[in-house]
Design a protein around this ligand. Sequence first.
Ligand SMILES: Cc1ncc(COP(=O)(O)O)c(C=O)c1O
Length: 366
Amino acid sequence: MTASAAPAPPTPEHEGMPVTTPTPRVDLPRLALLDSAPTPLVELRTLGAPLGSVRILVKRDDLGGIGAGGNKLRKLQYAVGAAHAEGADTLLTFGALQSNHARLTAAVAASCGMECELFLSRRVPRRDPAYESSGNLLLARLFGATVHEIAPEADAVALAAARVDALRASGRRPWVIPFGGSDATGALGYVDCATELVAQCGALGLGGPDHVIVASGSGGTQAGLVAGFHAAGTATRVHGVSVLHPAAALAAIVRRLAAETCARLGHGAPPDAQTEVDDRFVGAGYGVPTDAAQQAIRRLARAEGIVLDPVYTGKAFAGLLALAASGRFAPGATVVFVHTGGLPGVFAYAPEFAPESAPAPAGAAA
Ligand SMILES: Cc1ncc(COP(=O)(O)O)c(C=O)c1O
């Protein structure tokens, strides 16, 4: 984990906001948004046995932090740190209606005394009440964000640019965070995660890790991990389970972003082999649950009490199970699943979980 220098005192206009700390890796401010750092690394004990001699560990990036936690907090530590340092007072960002990134941007804005405007696309073909009003959307509104719901074919970036002009004209200082917080600034958050993992695996007497599996959408999380392992000198393979793009397109995005992130750290580009992408688990499209993901969610919930979500981590864990079953991991390999959060999605997709949430039949044992 990145060591932090003495925290700078909060400025009077942002009394109570998370402290900003300089990071020793790059000359950029970083907000302290995680409850615990490093996040826990836990072994899957009951689920592990059927996966043979492969040791599966879970990096609990789903736990804790502002706004109910998740991977976007690591990115927002840097993205909003930069915005705050520039005196921004309004954050604008993008996502689908049930975006975890949008929910967490709203929470971080609230905690920093900033306004937040979200441009949320109706790209996922769902219109049921749970999807339209629960989960991440409910929380984003609770955090006080202004939500602009936009049609799937609308140009969200152009709409946000027009809004930036209007905000500037009214004397405000807007700051746009890209889709998923995925640029070389946001990806630095996952360099920190890779650094933590190398230290945690070392402390357990394990090398590597050999393989890391993560859900990959806009690619910044995977790219940060690749950059972080490369900078740490490990040959860790980072498998992105795509939730959106075809494999070749996502691999190109991740490799470019990993190279840009490494350049900021003063390193050359990582070898292409360090980035692997698997697009077999997307199913019918982004935000459309698959049977494999639903089974993976139930399996991990019932074996370990860990909650995955139907859009990202359920598909990624289904990918991990398939890779393990196909013998992709050598016996004795250390495999880490990075749990990137997304729990509010379970509520947004409540109809898929209807049998579990139905009341027990009358007369059933309590
Ligand atoms: C829970 C969760 N996991 C994984 C991802 C994928 O991260 P990235 O967009 O950096 O690829 C996201 C992105 O929104 C997410 O919300």
